[in-house]
Design a protein around this ligand. Sequence first.
Ligand code: NAD
Length: 479
Amino acid sequence: MDGKTDIRTLQQFIGGDWVDAENGATFEVLNPLDDSLYAHAAKGTGADMQRAVAAARAAFPAYKETTPTQRERWLLRVAEIMEARQAELVDCLIDEIGSPIQKAMFEFTKGLTMMRAAAGLCRNVRGETIPSDRPGTFSMSIREPLGVVAVITPFNVPLIKTTRLVANALAVGNTVVHLPSEMAPHLSLIFADIIAEAGFPAGAYNVVTGIGAEIGDDLTGHRDVDFVTFTGSSVVGQHINEICARNKTPNTLELGGKSPTVILADADLDTVVPLAARSIFMFAGQACIGSSRFYVERPLYDEFVKRFTMIAGKVGMGDLRDPGTVIAPIISDRQRERVKDHIADAVAKGAKVVAGGAWEGNRCQPTLLTDVSEDMAVCRSETFGPVTAIYPIDSYEEGLEKANDTDFGLSSSIFTKDIDKAFHFARNIDAGMCHINGPTIHDEAHVPFGGNGESGVGREGTDADMEAMTELKWVTVQL
Ligand code: NAD
């Protein structure tokens, strides 16, 4: 059976064909809820990567000549087919990566928006006319697609990242080679089937599945790859950045986070506490923009801890298909060990667990820590689980200073009625995103999404991707 119909033996999508790995090898994809077998996926090799880049390169000259109307039609058609195949996509998000249905539906809806926003981008690939100092010269800039774009996506929001980055790359006239997370290959392959059904030409979108650590360099270091967009951990991002630097391949890196929320004494806890819970417990904290540091001004501190603890104890941990369930399984053994280590290390060094801390199968209970100090891993490193720390602060200034005391700089948030302090925070927080009186978790298709420092380089979103995935060319006409 082929990759379209048999989820247990997933094939790759290269040059418009469904293909096994060149050497026939496969790897196991596990359902993280109970580690049962979800699928066997083709274990792509360096040769498969070569083949995919060659297919994307071969498709590029004709693809870049397609009209905005044509590309817009294909992209909108993808959105229509996604709607028709909603159940299949949502089931995949639940069973392949352990999304509770609430998060799967959120991701599906965002994915649709990403596709439609990208469709609008096709008509906005614009240059400008430029006054010239040379008499009789008409001078202009034109924007051109770069060529082959490598898209590398993480396990946690595979549909949002695939729809946004693949669609934006295709919208502006590039072709794509996609390396999805080895924990979420099926989602990208369903997407590939939808792309094919929508009528995109063969080779415009290619998916190679396999182990990123083994075949990733064959993609990012390939001479025929013109742009790399990577979302994933900071350590892999650093490695990719070094490879790209050698080849002068432009890239955007969307990496990890340790996002702070500052809560000042005038904040309304009725509003703040449910948003605080959402910002760390959604998908069990496996969100780059989850809030893993809460700084609370002392007059509210005890009450905040009390209410946050109460709400943490009530967060849904039931059936993933129950709309009330929030807490997902942690994706893999490696990640589970990391979450366990962070909690154990904090406890050993004197932190108090005021909520959670225990496990139910592969799920970690919503966990709140107080008395966290600098020497604890949970203070400075990304945990990527439903674990957050609450710190007291004596002033706004201390909150800003502590919020900035990190190597990361992805999202941030402040709750206060004081507009001066709120804007001062927005201007002075060293992060790519800041939400005033809203949670750190927020994303839209057309905003500049991304972070600073260890959280990455560059921004994504329709406008940001259009600029990053095209190049300006200066053209003159001597009249
Ligand atoms: P990961 O770094 O383990 O893997 C991400 C991707 O990189 C996967 O597709 C993997 O196959 C691939 N990869 C691994 N080695 C590679 C190599 N040498 N060359 C090329 N590709 C390689 O990350 P993950 O565990 O899948 O995702 C979680 C991480 O992603 C967290 O750190 C999270 O904060 C981050 N993240 C960031 C954003 C953002 O927008 N900033 C969004 C989602 C997730």
